[in-house]
Design a protein around this ligand. Structure first.
Ligand code: ZN
Length: 1024
């Protein structure tokens, strides 16, 4: 006994010594340190139950249980500075009032130790967090954050623990975040009563998205017996049934340590986390028996069919084809880790890429525009599911689609899968494990969340190679292994649902009527004194929202905690076949990342709108000896992906100057470098542009994707449109990625004959894939850099014949040196010295129940001394003014301001019930800033928030990319950094006056939203 105790003591002492000595500390890695924990060891109220090395992911997993409450804990020790914390609760509602979602919002509104209003949003400005958020899933609620700063980690941990375990849950918070009846104008008791509330509006916005609506219906109907039958986020019409008491009761029973799972990740010591969690929260609880488990769904004895309706989509590529149909199969329990692994592999084999049986059977005959929004394996519910079907199809094809799905399954059972496709998939898994992302901790937390939530083993889930080898062994033992699985889970499975969805002309109107009926029912029950009470509450909420806020209880980093200098990114310039190449040595873990930027200065203007389409098809139509199926197969077998995207890169010194191009991006394992370059060579030398049918499939999928994206990214479209008339770069941005592009693609998708488009592709190719206009970048390990250089050289030799000097279309081309290092290589920018910025107000009337509003102002370029002030001003106005006006008072999901690299200062709102009031709030924000009634503390907080974005972690694959694309060097970044540090209160007021005051600079406005009376009567608006 004694001896053992001594050994442990000595070991602990060694550890603490290591902890104090930074140099020694570095010599032993975080995963190695964690391996020294022993099962049974007790630390700060926790007991270690498992210690496992996971070499695939370079981490050690440590599992613990909290002794007195039973709280579960998983730590992933890994040498990554971007440390992450998350706590998740199993939240399994039994109605659609959105109680877990509203709770997720309200716990963040103030807590025992931090009783100020909205500590969560305030911490965004008091920390250097790299991520802060909260999610409500169908059966759990998760609160994650990450940061690279140890002090910040402790601060955020205190705030998060207090928020979830000891929230105030004030009635006013419930009113603001959940729902309330309130006078339309809170100050006018005679104005009509309406529903308000952040979650209420958020969910109205969410369900205006037909894809989201369909997914919700499908889950509710496939798993109808328990919590999955309801809407955890809240069904807009059911939200007003929730009471404040029910909310607090749900918190008491669900947000308890006995129902909690903690996860930490990174290189910070585990002991410290445990101590803080134990002392600040868990020590105050006793164990309970939470009744939150999800029972297994009773399996059906025969398949079911159902039908739902949705709103018509004004942006649909083909208005007569707007139906969705899919078949969803219930699979096994997700806690069966290996089975889940195989089923998700199987799902990829069945649906991914042009070689998969369902792609051939459903996509290629062009019955619909794309797969249904829910497709493939879904492991987010206790029992997983697999769905397959189409969207953008005609109702008349319903039977045909069902038949195809059945026939395809029969066919798979007979034929199985080609061995090469299985290899390609396993290769993809290998790449996913090797690729270093900048938010690995967050990915891990989400990856294990569902399985762990149902008491599956999260550590088992991390042992991916074990699953791969077991899978290979099973295949070897039984070559029909996968086919048998298809027989069992698909062919012989009676628990399957066929769900169709069709638009209904009056859908939107019915929704409005139902909301109105609900509202009137509520109102009819009100007595005169209730009405008076509502009016008083409205005023109370307004005055709370307007009250001077004291956030001094919250912990905060200081500006002096910010690193004064940026780390140097090692870049070497070279050349290959006369093309400049930037090399960046990085710990890429055996991966090589290759990029090339090719400018499009010589492309005729009439072809410009086709550039995004060209980019999306050029790697997907076949090349050289390979047809598009073989090409896809080779890309999956040899690379981590190959893509081409349009790029508009505003100049850092002149608003009327920009570089325009396309960016080729790709990655591969070191051993596959020659194969990857071979594929690029074939795409340059002999791409296939002859298959109109193939082109039509790709065009339809792109147009559908764009149309679906509007309700999700409406604020981006509003900002792009509002900026359009302000700078030449913004004008081009609208053409290539704004509403103009959405409408352009809709027209292309609608045209019955694509031969003219097909004929344009080789013309575009001659201008875009031309080494004459190119520069390249390679990120690889130091050991592989010279091999990569040799391969790049060979590649340039192979494509030399595509090189041709052509004349730029626009007259003013300005050459800028690529690097300060004396290399002769240049970037060729387009200058438009005669560009005249002008005012423009655009309104897109769309069938949404909410608006997306934006106003943009032309200001100054990146290198201007005032740029730093405007960047900080945007954060300051967002945190201290716009958030309060647009979200808290206005009920929008979000709103704020930001400064863009192209010199455009943008205001925006997201899923916003208002339009004109929000435009006034933007102006109000400017007046507020000009009046200068903010404190030094406010300025410091805005600086922290700017720096947390500036210092966001960059993955090894992306290091040096900013310099490669925009020529922004470490020196320029450092100069900007120093300016950010020195910005004063006076500078900010000055910048607001000089750049944002009315009449100071040209601005543009755009709104996407429903029918708007004010706008339709005002001729100064362009209505689209
Ligand atoms: Zn929400």
């Amino acid at each position: 006994m004694l001896r053992r105790a001594t050994t442990i003591y000595r070991r602990l002492r060694t550890l603490s010594v290591l902890g104090r000595c930074p140099r020694r500390h570095q010599s032993i890695s975080a995963p190695e340190r964690a391996l020294q924990y022993a099962v049974g060891q007790r630390i700060h109220g926790f007991t270690i139950t498992e210690v496992t090395a996971v070499p695939d992911l370079f981490l050690t997993a440590v599992k613990l249980t909290h002794d007195s409450t039973g709280a579960q804990y998983l730590h992933a020790a890994r040498d990554d500075k971007n440390n992450l914390f998350s706590v998740q609760f199993r939240t399994t509602p039994m109605d659609s009032t959105g109680v877990p979602h509203i709770l997720e919002h309200t716990v963040l509104c103030g807590s025992e130790r931090f009783p100020c209003r909205d500590p969560f949003f305030k911490m965004l400005n008091r920390s250097l967090s790299t991520f802060m958020n909260a999610f409500t899933a169908s059966d759990y609620t998760m609160y994650p954050f990450s940061t690279q700063n140890a002090k910040d980690f402790q601060n955020l941990l205190s705030v998060y623990l207090d928020a979830v375990f000891f929230p105030c849950l004030r009635e006013l918070d419930f009113w603001q975040e959940g729902w309330r009846l309130e006078n339309e104008d809170p100050q006018d008791p005679s104005s009509p009563l309406v529903f308000k509330g952040v979650v209420f509006n958020e969910m109205k916005g969410a369900f205006s998205d037909n894809e989201r609506l369909y997914a919700q219906h499908l889950q509710n109907k496939l798993l109808p017996d328990h919590t999955y039958a309801v809407v955890s986020g809240g069904e807009p019409l059911a939200i007003p049934d929730l009471t404040w008491t029910q909310l607090r009761e749900f918190h008491r029973t669900h947000y308890h340590p006995s129902n909690a799972r903690f996860f930490t990740y990174g290189d910070l010591p585990l002991e410290q986390h445990l101590q803080q969690i134990h002392q600040e929260a868990l020590v105050r609880f006793q164990r309970t028996q939470p009744d939150t488990a999800v029972p297994t769904q009773q399996l059906w004895t025969s398949p079911r069919e159902d039908h739902v309706t949705c709103k018509p989509d004004a942006m649909a590529p083909d208005p007569t084809k707007q139906n969705t149909l899919c078949v969803s199969y219930l699979l096994g329990d997700i806690t069966e880790v290996f089975e889940g692994f195989v089923l998700s592999l199987l799902s990829s084999l069945m649906i991914s890429g042009p070689n998969s049986p369902f792609y051939r059977a459903l996509i290629e005959p062009k019955i619909g525009s794309d797969f249904s929004s829910v497709v493939g394996y879904d492991g987010s519910t206790r029992q997983a599911s697999f769905s397959i079907g189409l969207q953008g199809m005609s109702e008349a094809d319903n039977e045909r689609v069902k038949r195809i799905i059945n026939d395809t399954i029969d066919d798979i059972i007979v034929k199985g899968f080609e061995e090469e496709r299985i290899e390609a998939l396993l290769h993809k898994i290998e790449i996913q494990m090797k690729h270093q992302s900048s938010s690995f901790g967050l990915s891990l937390a989400s990856y294990v969340a569902s399985c762990w939530n149902h008491d599956g083993d999260p550590v088992q889930l991390l042992k991916i190679s074990e699953c791969v080898s077991l899978f290979r062994q099973k295949l070897l033992e039984n070559p029909r292994y996968l086919q048998d699985m298809v027989q069992h889970y698909f062919k012989d499975n009676p628990h399957r649902l066929t769900l169709s969805m069709a638009p209904e002309e009056s859908y939107q109107q019915q929704q409005v009527q139902q909301e109105e009926a609900k509202l009137q029912a509520k109102i009819q029950q009100l007595s005169q004194s209730d009405r008076q009470h509502i009016y008083q509450k409205g005023l109370e909420l307004l005055s709370a929202q307007n009250a001077e806020q004291d956030a001094s209880c919250l912990p905060a980093l200081k500006v002096s905690d910010i690193e004064p200098t940026i780390p140097h990114t090692p870049i070497q310039m070279g050349s290959a076949g006369g093309v400049p190449v930037q090399y960046c040595e990085q710990p890429t873990n055996g991966m090589v990342y290759f990029r090339a930027l090719s400018n499009i200065n010589t492309l005729p203007e009439d072809l410009k709108p086709y550039v995004p389409l060209f980019c999306s098809v050029v790697t997907r139509m076949g090349c050289g000896q390979l047809d598009y199926r073989q090409q896809s197969q080779q890309m999956e077998l040899r690379t981590g992906g190959m893509s081409v995207t349009p790029q508009i890169l505003p100049d850092s010194t002149d608003l009327d100057m920009y570089e325009q191009g396309v960016l080729l991006s790709s990655s591969c394992l070191e051993r596959n470098l020659p194969e990857m370059f071979h594929l690029w060579s074939e795409i340059f030398n002999s791409p296939h542009f002859d298959d109109e049918e193939r082109l039509r499939v790709l065009v339809m999928m792109s147009a559908q994707e764009l149309a679906n994206g509007i309700s999700y990214s409406g604020h981006m479209y509003a900002m792009t449109r509002a900026a359009r008339t302000l700078t030449p770069a913004a004008d081009l941005q609208e053409t290539l990625s704004g509403m103009d592009q959405v409408k352009f693609m809709k027209r292309v998708a609608e045209s019955s004959d694509l031969t003219s488009v097909l004929r344009k592709l080789p013309r575009i190719k001659r201008h875009l894939l031309n080494p004459e206009n190119m520069r390249c970048a390679v990120n690889a390990t130091p050991q592989k850099l010279s091999a990569a250089a040799a391969e790049t050289e060979r590649f340039m030799g192979n494509i030399a014949s595509t090189r041709k000097e052509r004349k730029a279309v626009r007259p003013h081309v300005v050459q800028k040196p690529l690097a300060a290092s004396g290399s002769s290589a240049t970037r060729k920018l387009i200058s438009e010295p005669n560009f005249q910025p002008c005012q423009m107000k655009t309104f897109y009337q769309l069938p949404f129940p909410v608006n997306f509003v934006s106003e943009c102002v032309r200001t100054i370029p990146l290198t201007h001394p005032d740029y730093a002030s405007l960047s900080i001003l945007a954060r300051l106005m967002t945190a201290k003014y716009l958030h309060g006006e647009i979200r808290e008072k206005g009920g929008a999901y979000g709103g704020g301001a930001r400064m863009g690299g192209g010199g455009v200062f943008s205001f925006y709102s997201y899923r916003d019930p208002n339009s004109m009031a929000t435009l006034s709030a933007f102006r109000g924000g400017v007046d507020w800033a000009r009046a200068g009634s903010f404190s030094q503390q406010d300025v410091d907080e805005a600086k922290l928030s700017v720096f947390s974005a500036v210092d966001a972690p960059v993955a090894p694959s992306d290091k040096g990319l900013g310099f490669f694309l925009s020529g922004v060097s470490d020196e320029m970044k450092q100069q900007h950094r120093e300016r950010l540090f020195t910005v004063t209160h006076t500078n900010l007021v000055d910048a607001a006056n000089r750049y944002l005051g009315l009449g100071q600079r040209t601005c543009g406005v755009a709104i996407l939203g429903p029918d708007n009376d004010v706008i339709s009567k005002d001729p100064s608006w362009v209505v689209k």
